[in-house]
Design a protein around this ligand. Sequence first.
Ligand code: BES
Ligand code: ZN
Length: 899
Amino acid sequence: MLQLRDGQAPATAIYRADYEAPAWWIDTVDLTFDLDPAKTRVLSKMRVRRNPEVPAQALRLDGDELNLARVMVNGGGTSFKMDGDQLVLENLPEGNEPVELEIFTTCAPIKNTKLMGLYVSEDTFFTQCEAEGFRRITYFLDRPDVMAMYTVTLRANKAQYPVLLSNGNLVESGDLDDGRHFAKWVDPHKKPSYLFALVAGNLVAREQKIKSRAGRDHLLQVYVRPGDLEKTEHAMNSLMHSVAWDEARFGLSLDLDRFMIVATSDFNMGAMENKGLNIFNTKYVLASQATATDTDYANIESVVGHEYFHNWTGDRVTCRDWFQLSLKEGLTVFRDQEFSMDMAGTASARAVKRIDDVRVLRTVQFPEDAGPMAHPVRPDSYIEINNFYTVTIYEKGAEVVRMQHNLVGREGFAKGMKLYFERHDGQAVTCDDFSQAIADANPDSPLAQHLQQFRRWYSQAGTPVLKAVGQYDADARTYTLTLSQSCAPTVGQAEKLPFVIPVQMGLLTASGQPIALQLQGEDAAQAVASRMLVLTEAEQRFVFSNVNEAPVPSLLRSFSAPVVLEHEFSDADLLTLLAHDSDPFNQWEASQRLGLRYALKAIAASGDANAEILPADFIEAMRRVLRDDKLDAAFKDLVLTLPSESYIAEQLAEVDPQRVHAVREAMILQLASALQPEWEAAWEANRDTGAYRPDHVSAGRRALAGRALSMLCLQAARTGDTVWPGKAYQRCKDAGNMTDRMAALSALVYSASPLAEQALQRFHALFKQDALVLDKWFALQGAASDRGGDVLPAVKALMKHADFQIKNPNRARSLIFSYCNNAGAFHRADAAGYVFWADRVIEIDGINPQVASRLARVMDRWKKLAEPYRSAAREAIARVAAKPDLSNDVREVITRALA
Ligand code: BES
Ligand code: ZN
């Protein structure tokens, strides 16, 4: 029998089709907190009323791990009962008059290791309410379609908690007796409970006054612990840019006098968009050139943007229910991606950002969509909602928004957004409402024409395969492109109907010249070099006229749809695209197709993985890329990055992870050795980027220099040369910024240099005071190469390190997750990696189910593993499943994995 933890509801699925409007509304809520780590008292006064559109029902309020002290109705006592975690009030006054409800509860923030609800981190109180954390603070209708006006009074010891924050505006504050003080906050906007937040502690703020385009004054604040203030400049700049961008691009202004960001080092996720009081993981706030890498700087910009953009796409218009999560997350990821691209500036920098985003989609989301956790962008059911904050909801959701953007055009999309807010401001709505608004604002667009069919992107899981076959007819001078689509079955969805697939494309001559695209029946004068075909059928033919030679097709430019494109490109076709395509995405894509092709060939061949895998013409093409003065360094770096092991593995029916790893490593070694002069030149040209600025051009140069150094150290390890490791060691000592320092350290670790250990020790000594840098130090060792010896024993030893804390999610992720994602070291024939994984999932589940459940997902694709890995993996997963008191979070992931 399934055993349950104290007070835990049994794991039952919740279905989208079962949605019902709430039987009660909560119009206002007045909360008073007496903050105490061991016992915080919460008084909630609510004005509730029946929803006249729903048959009369009892009021059922959600709760979780609360101590209930008192319930009052209209100032008097009342009867109530408990039904599991719910507080049920059956005898409330009849009729539609508002009812005053008063609930007094207590909770224990210091014991809250789940980091959901009210918790303490480094002597500071924080809340995290999305998705269902508010019920851990007080009894409530904890669902996003119940939107209320909030008044919040915080009371706490003034010396320990000098700063008291909540959503909205500070209306009153002052001293109380016993050394305590209070602050009263009123949020001028109604909101769902998941957007509630409070913070109390000893914090300092960077402040910035700004005036909006509309002429309104605002105060921006970034709160951190004393001592971290110098590291908030970039976050503040990112926030100011975000405010300006949303006004300029979408006409969306800040609707608050005060907008606050607060950083905490104990946080399950990256950041949270609570109304007017965003709470962030320190990782996405704190940066200095000495402690943060270029990637950190870029992430801070995009996460600050993301949470800020939620103020409209999430807070003003929110989700009707959690099945609609992508309504806010997919849309807001699309917006943060566009923000980052607009900030990056040049066409090349935009393409680099696009490539980065597509790489995440393909290496993480495609496997998810083919595995046991596959679900549509708008899921139909879930057991634990926290398991559905996935790359499908986020990244595929953003691609689905991007397709709508492309189907109506940039201006059309802006018009659609405007209509969306006109219709739905202040409401809790659905994904259908969103696409309806975009389509209605663009009645002549292909989106409006195919809206019902387009919506299959929301309802059908799985990655469609787009097959393209080209046929050239020299006599007729026509090129016929036959596009067909299919989508493999996913859990619960055996049959898929055709999607609407926008295919941005062009045709090139063999020498790389663009060909004017004239579909049969069209006017030659209107021919362009790039256009969008819209595939709506299972199979469609497009015939191009006036084509003078057999063309090389450039398909799915800018990755215009989240599909797998199959086309029988010859090596020569791909080399043409790599060298000449006007679409930088497809230039890069050509390099990846070639790399993937050689990897798959070598994996299938039975021979030694160390044989030469890459043919000479590919090496020469890479040499030309490295030498090309016209290409951006960041772009070169991406072209020279081979497809990831996980992406390669996805192409295989059965995966021997060690074989995949060995082949990819051999390919890297080959590039290191064959291109040594070019790597040396790239290092020399880019190793000094002057005074540090995290801009795209200099960041790209540092990335390329870092890769060059890594390649040179790798080659040195083979030849026994000591010069390059020596240079890397020197760089670890005297680098002027963390990007260069980290690149050098990682070059030593990755090449298993004898200098690595000493460099790691020095690095630790230098940064032992800085938690975020220590995370990097742990992560690097978890991701270390097996070349340097067994990684697992080193990881186990690091778990005993004085600086390791499994309760801190960032630290747990840095060592444990980074090891479990280190395929070459994790997949061991002796199963020790899997045993370690199972032990950690179980251990962390007792502390923080959300973090444990993310770790559990590392084994999603175990069924594809070859023996002996598969049996060993099954055994490890079954051992986790056998634990009687697993959280719902882990149980759902493990059950699906074994199904
Ligand atoms: N709303 C989420 C934060 C969240 C996620 C809360 C899951 C509760 C459960 C926030 O807007 C978000 O999406 N954060 C991302 C970062 C973002 C830049 C994609 C995160 O935390 O990973
Ligand atoms: Zn979000």
